[in-house]
Design a protein around this ligand. Structure first.
Ligand code: GLU
Length: 272
């Protein structure tokens, strides 16, 4: 009986020691300012650079200047704000150009810490990624050749619409087309320059995606039709397990919203 009690006490001590060990290891390292932002942010601090995916073909949001090779835009500035928060320096960023097709996989395989790339928050995507609250609202639009005479989705029955793979465009346009009795044919492409080339060559009748993205491809021979067919709320995405990082990024955006910095950035990029 006595021996049994001793064993129980020993077991209790062992459990509490293990518990303490588990506690101290889960608290993670501490940042330069002595305050830990969580395990994922600590790993970024250790590495010394924030790896972000941005668009490189969407002027004003994320665009790579072909002359200088420099990537700039509203979403690049958001990445800088997160780098400032985590690393104390907005310039400690490593940018990778992403597309609608590549961005989620680059988060999943750990190559990127976050993606700020005209990424619409959807219920389906939230099952596999974390999203911040929305920082910008856009809508799906349609670009056609001026000479086509096409005026909107209602004119696109049996016509070819070029859309990007893994984008929200096809499903949302389909939803609006069905009640109109309009049955367009969707052609899916890897990138926006390819869709624009297809429109120019007459291989598609329309190029559809968010208006903000289409504006980067507008030229003398094309026009963006006035209707919008969805509400696209853009959020910054992180890999699902990195909930601590998701919180840091969301907190950064929330602070920018309440301080007015977010609005100032939109103004800077002509988005307001
Ligand atoms: N914003 C839309 C989406 O997330 C369009 C695709 C894109 O961002 O490139 O699906």
């Amino acid at each position: 009986m006595r021996r049994g009690m001793m064993a129980a006490v020993a077991a209790a001590i062992l459990v509490s020691v293990l518990g303490l060990t588990a506690c101290s290891s889960s608290s993670g390292g501490s940042s330069g300012n002595g305050k830990s932002l969580g395990q994922s942010a600590d790993a970024i601090q250790k590495r010394g650079v924030l790896k972000a995916g941005v668009k490189i073909d969407v002027p004003k949001f994320g665009y790579k200047d072909p002359g200088t090779g420099k990537i700039d835009g509203f979403e690049v500035d958001l990445v800088r704000a997160v780098a400032k928060k985590i690393l104390g320096d907005p310039n400690k960023i490593e940018l990778t150009g992403v597309t609608a097709k590549t961005r989620a996989a680059l988060l999943d395989n750990g190559e990127l810490d976050l993606v700020a790339a005209t990424f619409t928050i959807t219920e389906d995507r939230k099952k596999s990624l974390n999203f911040t609250d929305s920082y910008f609202t856009d809508g799906i639009a349609i670009m056609v050749k001026k000479s086509s005479g096409l005026t909107g989705l209602k004119d696109l029955d049996k016509k070819k619409i070029g859309v990007a793979k893994s984008a929200t465009t096809k499903a949302r346009l389909q939803e609006k087309a069905d009640p109109l009795g309009v049955k367009p044919e969707f052609l899916e492409f890897d990138s926006y320059p390819e869709i624009k080339a297809a429109l120019d060559a007459g291989r598609v009748d329309a190029f559809s995606v968010d208006g903000a993205i289409l504006y980067g491809y507008l030229d003398d021979s094309t026009q963006i039709l006035p209707d919008r067919y969805s509400q696209e709320e853009y959020g910054i995405a992180t890999a699902k397990p990195k909930t601590d990082l998701a919180k840091v990024v969301n907190d950064t955006l929330a602070e920018m919203k309440s301080s007015g910095e977010l609005d100032q950035l939109k103004q800077k990029w002509g988005l307001k």
